[in-house]
Design a protein around this ligand. Structure first.
Ligand code: AMP
Length: 115
């Protein structure tokens, strides 16, 4: 299922350009257009899911595929063993694109708490 008005669905459909780093059956990963770290990749399900809050038990295999993709991206970018995975849920948390995406951030020191 895709949403024609959704920016990331349009990237999945290749209607918009992106620097894709991984393309699997159910998962796509591409570099963030406004990187916040030397490695900043977005890992998304190809199907439209609004956020992590919309994930249900039947998405178990998809979640496993997303996490496997995160780890593969981290290894490929040389940040395995020291990277951060973030997903924002809702405007209050900073979500600006309503299609589930895991930010994979690495390549610089990460402070805590996040802003
Ligand atoms: P969030 O604010 O957590 O919803 O994250 C959305 C992210 O998508 C931001 O980090 C944006 O920089 C990024 N973004 C927006 N448009 C694009 C695009 N066309 N290609 C790649 N990344 C994008």
């Amino acid at each position: 299922m895709s949403d024609g008005d959704c920016l990331f669905c349009r990237i999945v459909a290749r209607e918009l350009p992106a620097e894709v780093v991984l393309d699997r059956d159910e998962v796509l990963a591409f570099r963030d257009v406004n990187p916040q770290a030397p490695t900043h990749v977005l890992v998304i399900p190809k199907q439209h899911i609004a956020s992590l809050e919309a994930v249900a038990e039947h998405h178990g295999e998809l979640l496993a595929a997303l996490v496997a993709a995160v780890n593969q991206v981290a290894r490929a970018d040389g940040v395995a063993g020291g990277f951060r995975v973030v997903t924002n849920i809702g405007r209050a948390a900073g979500q600006s694109v309503d299609h589930l995406h895991l930010h994979v951030l690495g390549g610089r020191p990460m402070s805590w708490p996040p802003g």
